[in-house]
Design a protein around this ligand. Sequence first.
Ligand code: AMP
Ligand code: GLY
Length: 420
Amino acid sequence: MNILILGSGGREHALAWAVKQNPKTDRLIVAPGNAGIAALADCAQIDILDGAAVVDFCVENAVDFVIIGPEAPLAAGVADATRAAGILTFGPSAAAARLEASKAFTKEICAASAAPTAAYARFDQAEPARAHVRAKGAPIVVKADGLAAGKGVIVAMTEAEALAAIDDMFGGEFGSAGAEVVIEEFMQGEEASFFVLTDGINALPIGTAQDHKRVGTGDTGPNTGGMGAYSPAPVLTPALQQQAMDQIILPTIREMARRGTPYQGVLYAGLMIDGGQCRLVEYNARFGDPETQVLMMRLGAQALDLLLACAEGRLESARVNWAEDHALTVVMAATGYPGAYAKGSVIGGLDSLPESSTQMMFHAGTATRDGQIVAAGGRVLNATARGATLAEAQARAYALVDAIDWPEGFCRRDIGWRAL
Ligand code: AMP
Ligand code: GLY
């Protein structure tokens, strides 16, 4: 079959890499893609936020299956457009993607289904929000309701920080995303990510992972989109996964279906684990980046079969073939990230890297210029490896990092530390 993947990051390179290995794949197209993706798929320039443009492209190119990577096209209703045109699609409708696009909506779903999560209140005006913070005290968490590219959450350790965050949000720092603000109880604990495919009724867990949000080794510095990940995350024990399924995931799926907006795609639950219990921090309506890189390395070619079963409503009979293995990915970023960084520096050493089912340099923000690969984003490369142990996966991932000649880049040196 002909498959179109939307997106251009390391997540989409990893999805393309896994899909390409499956013999069901005939032609693979990624829009817009990046320099690494171009080595294994055709890259197409289409406006991936424009549902009609995506549908036209699918018709012209006889695309049988569309996989939507990032949240923006989901929130923009691209899955609605492709499904309405009769094209098999992986990814939730805009109405279902509100589980990521509106934090207040997710809280409402949790309340309706009695799912454990932080206590909260929502505000559309600054003064009552300030009064709430003064009444509750710090630490406290202030969130812009809408999509804010991962920057709309302030974990305030002091009341002053929380009040400043409220002023920023209602002052328009996050645009319309901050027109409504959610203020939450601060949850203690360790975070982990849980990935579940759902066709709207059935749910199939496809793995756990742990991200590293801070930019610096030792969990220092500002938050980023994620500087590295590994899978499985041992902190999410089988018992905790079962609790998350019974108390959080399945009630959400039922509530979404009950409202007439069934959720189809991957439900990515950020969980906070404390005292042998987990609570929901947030949902994402898409695969995580860089968590997908480790999930795809562990799943390999079967990933396409699972995504197809999800899109076709056949998850009830789908099974994951698990190997007893570990995968780890290290993000290499441009100096300055997550703040301002330069683009265009040349990345050396890519030609001589090993590429196999157990070791792969996924590309995120890369481009080709005069025959050379150059940095074209903040997060640029994802050195990813699999091993019989996490320590082995880590050593092999850092061996890829060390083979790269890119003075303008950096990475954390401690990815995987919590589990090692
Ligand atoms: P979110 O975008 O909702 O995942 O928030 C980003 C990050 O902020 C999370 O990954 C957590 O590290 C942190 N966070 C969000 N909500 C809370 C909370 N209620 N308590 C503690 N930390 C939180
Ligand atoms: N790595 C965090 C995310 O994809 O949201």
